[in-house]
Unconditional design. Structure first.
Length: 300
């Protein structure tokens, strides 16, 4: 029997999107799934739509009071019983062969994690295979700096949790969990998990569809808080984690990570409708007297 993949889907007020998301997961060609949906206190019809699919024994619904996406993902990790672990955002959808392709890449290479390309889905266009990764295997501890430059600091990075297949035991034993930051908690999770990963397999095809909706969290936050300050907070958390746990070989990549946070401020601020002058003001005020500014001198 094939290994079970536990798929964690946090859901909050996504009644317009949850059906398409669940259909894409439950119709995967890799059928041995445990689909854990955490209803994070939705006030619309999200929960009712999820319950319509409860006849599928692979679906498990967890209802909780609204605590945010990080808490929902952490609840999913606790509930996961599969050997492998995946995450999906509730307004996105998968290509049918995504988990089959990732599972094959992982098992054939003996990797601890598999990563696929993704497509950016807009209402009026699609950017196909956005991150431009290629089919290959990388031994992280032998070449951690090259890994960060190629897939984290490249013009179109792939730092997201939903493009990955993890070994559940590695995640649980690492103690790495999602933190309650306004932004960047998924990237922070991956960067903290990286020292626990020996080998990663990459699949070049765009198998995950990342929908860009104007009401998504990152656009909403961009218009309410200082994005640069938010990313400076996650940067501090990562730097402290590497230092406190003795991951000295990863300290050299912090300047690269700082650059990715700077670029993310530009990327998401522009999508939120800010002009360049406003973005510069956000960066100057948000990074002022913060550790991330010191590390940026290594790449600017």
């Amino acid at each position: 029997m094939s290994e079970t993949i536990s798929v964690i889907i946090p859901a909050f007020n996504v009644e317009e999107h949850i059906n398409k998301c669940l259909e894409s997961v439950l119709s995967q060609t890799y059928e041995n799934l445990e689909v854990i949906v955490i209803n994070d206190g939705s006030t619309d019809g999200t929960a009712a739509m999820i319950r319509k699919r409860e006849a599928d024994p692979r679906l498990k619904l967890i209802d909780q009071q609204n605590a945010g996406v990080s808490a929902a993902r952490n609840a999913g990790i606790v509930a996961a019983s599969g050997k492998l672990l995946a995450f999906v955002d509730s307004d996105d959808y998968l290509e049918r062969q995504m988990y089959e392709r990732l599972h094959t890449a992982m098992t054939e290479s003996g990797a601890d994690m598999a990563v696929c390309n993704y497509n950016l889905i807009y209402d009026d266009r699609t950017d196909v295979q956005y991150s431009k990764i290629r089919n290959e295997t990388a031994d992280i501890l032998d070449n951690e700096y090259g890994y960060f430059c190629r897939y984290c600091a490249c013009p179109k990075p792939n730092n997201y949790i939903w493009s990955r297949l993890y070994i559940t035991d590695i995640v649980k034993k690492s103690g790495v969990r999602f933190e309650n930051f306004r932004l960047g908690d998924d990237t922070l999770f991956n960067f903290k998990l990286l020292p626990h990963i020996r080998r990663t397999a990459f699949v070049a095809d765009g198998l995950y569809n990342y929908y860009q909706r104007g009401s998504s969290n990152v656009y909403t936050v961009a218009n309410k808080v200082n994005l640069a300050a938010s990313y400076a907070d996650t940067f501090d958390s990562l730097a402290d984690y590497y230092s406190e746990h003795g991951f000295d070989e990863f300290m050299q990549v912090l300047p690269v990570h700082a650059f990715t946070r700077l670029r993310s401020v530009f990327f998401y601020s522009r999508l939120a409708g800010m002009d360049d002058d406003e973005i510069i003001r956000v960066i100057l005020s948000g990074f002022k007297n913060r550790r991330i500014a010191d590390y940026l001198t290594g790449v600017l």
